[in-house]
Design a protein around this ligand. Sequence first.
Ligand code: NAD
Ligand code: UFG
Length: 337
Amino acid sequence: MRVLVTGGAGYIGSHTLLELMAQGHEVCVLDNYSNATPEVLSRVRSLSNGVIHDYVGDVRDADKLDEVMQDFQPEAVIHFAGLKAVGESTEKPLYYYDVNVRGTLTLLHAMTKAGCKRIIFSSSATVYGEPVYLPYDEAHPTNPTSVYGRSKLIAEQILTDWTAATPDATAVLLRYFNPVGAHASAQLGEDPKDIPNNLMPFIAQVAVGKRDALQIFGGDYDTPDGTGQRDYIHVVDLARAHVAAIDYAETATGARPFNIGTGQPYSVRDMVAAFERACGKPIATKMAARRAGDIAAMQADSGRANTELGWTATHDLDAMTASTWAWQSKNPNGYEG
Ligand code: NAD
Ligand code: UFG
């Protein structure tokens, strides 16, 4: 299929490009490089030896989208382009709604004009909010606790209404849990621009000597070791879920959410211990207060994705930490070398 990948130069997008090309799909990227560098696509090109059509532009720019649609004529769109920092979303709500909600709306208008009726959307486990029960399944109530989570839920609702009004349209809503890890080549990985917000890149930067110590945000949660538990998913498994979603969208219609996780919860201490095994040195930690807005634990029931998408995660925790360490140690300054 011809697949337009918005935000394709980003962390998850770049890994997905490789998996799409490996399955014979033709790809085109639209990215404004607000959180990426063109070096990413150079690396994806050399790893795949494939053709990547590529446009620099903003997903809120209707004229640019029309140009891309006319030139590339996508049969499906994977919509990664968006903002993802939970804390920042509270400080800049209008910016988050603009990019994540208006960006999705502008894209849907352009798709409608061009007759493209399939979209795979990057949603998030944060749409669920405080767990009523765990693991979350897709029927769990949605009650996001951040602007970021609300922006994803609003976009999901827009996509659902669009499919209801558009015969043959498909929206696959992938609710990612916590993506970590890097490509086996150690050429692609997560490259946060500032101080990492997320656990795994922070641990990796401590291991490589760029940060002194990891702050553990809370040791008094109601979890086995008192630290927060999450469902970490290897980015290559996540990338493959998008390929499975593209196959599904070939015949399915309507909007459908899918959890993408492993179902296995790991605590902050579990992640530190696994990383120490991967890098062979101790990771300095210090206990800190709970981070505002954090929940104690979350975990996915991905049974629907297993049965309906025919997708299952295959990478375990050691594969997540080993690939992160290989990427970080070979690229201590990310894509800058
Ligand atoms: P990322 O920041 O690495 O990738 C996003 C890409 O989109 C970047 O290349 C960025 O330059 C581009 N972009 C941002 N705004 C744009 C705009 N207005 N127009 C065009 N391009 C734009 O992030 P990621 O981790 O790869 O996440 C991809 C998607 O998945 C995002 O929508 C994010 O909200 C969602 N998501 C991420 C996580 C996570 O923890 N990484 C979890 C759940 C959902
Ligand atoms: N943590 C620390 N120290 C740090 C960073 C994180 O102890 O320096 C802890 C957190 O308190 C939490 C766990 O590590 O218990 C994971 O935190 P992350 O920031 O890595 O991930 P979150 O679960 O908070 O959120 C992430 C992404 C969201 C995404 C969500 C999906 O940031 O965009 O996963 O589950 F939507």
